[in-house]
Design a protein around this ligand. Structure first.
Ligand SMILES: C[S@@+](CC[C@H](N)C(=O)[O-])C[C@H]1O[C@@H](n2cnc3c(N)ncnc32)[C@H](O)[C@@H]1O
Length: 233
């Protein structure tokens, strides 16, 4: 193992042991090695604030640590089915649900995108940057060709109950980096037969957004994170 990997593994162990405090949960999430974890809180806050269309059932597609599913369960959604295609994310989310005391309401299942059936609320926070992953660890951060994003939009109507909402959580960082345009996103929403009911915007508060020495400072300083409330047209 290289020194770089060793330092990474030790750091990951500390994150797993100590957890990350998530304001919206008033509790800690314990990320496992290789699982995307919520060091940025602004997108979690959007899911905590958006008006719930129903409290019966929700799907969380690509759950990672399970943080968004846990927020929904804590908000009173009676059943949350969370998916991920990474077994380590399923183990991690399951452990977090137990630790947060929502294991009776939230369940993590290994699946490619959506679980079976339909729900009145389907949430997805796909990776925000359409770039090529160089390791399996990168899969949670990079989405080559915006594949997961576009699949979520194209397949959403087949998994929503009538009158239901899809919540897409996405930052526009890729647009500021010239990796995707707003028109491409709007075009994909439109051709999937979806309407935008509303868009809740927030600006990142993480330290890199104000670090002028960061090579991506200009893009990060302009970044807006949004929760798109989508419905079938
Ligand atoms: C950006 S992370 C978001 C994690 C978590 N929902 C959050 O908000 O912190 C995206 C997640 O989607 C998962 N993912 C990627 N492709 C997937 C697919 N085809 N089906 C299910 N999950 C997928 C990744 O493993 C990763 O956990």
């Amino acid at each position: 193992m290289s020194l770089h990997e060793l330092v990474g593994a030790i750091g990951a162990h500390q994150w797993r042991k100590n957890g990350v405090y998530v304001e919206a949960l008033q509790d800690r999430i314990h990320p496992h090695y290789g699982t995307f974890f919520p060091t940025r809180s602004e997108y979690v806050d959007l899911v905590a604030a958006a008006p719930l269309p129903s409290d019966t059932l929700a799907f969380d597609v690509g759950t990672g640590t399970g943080v968004l599913a846990a927020v929904l369960a804590r908000r009173g959604v009676k059943r949350v089915v969370a998916t991920d295609n990474e077994p380590r994310a399923i183990a991690c989310a399951t452990e977090n649900f137990r630790h947060l005391g929502v294991q009776d309401r939230a369940e993590a299942v290994l699946a490619d995108m959506f679980p079976a059936g339909r729900a009145p609320l389907v949430v997805c926070n796909p990776p925000w940057i359409p770039a090529t992953p160089h390791s399996s660890l990168d899969n949670a951060v990079y989405d080559p060709g915006s594949r997961m994003l576009f699949r979520f939009l194209t397949e959403l109507s087949g998994h929503l109950e009538p009158g239901g909402e899809g919540w897409l959580v996405l930052s526009d960082l890729a647009e500021h980096l010239g990796l995707r345009t707003r028109d491409q996103l709007l075009g994909a929403i439109d051709s999937a037969g979806l309407n935008v009911l509303d868009r809740l915007d927030t600006r990142p508060t993480h330290p890199k957004a104000s670090d002028r020495n960061d090579p991506l400072f200009a893009a990060r300083a302009a970044e807006v994170t949004s929760l798109w409330r989508l419905a079938v047209r």
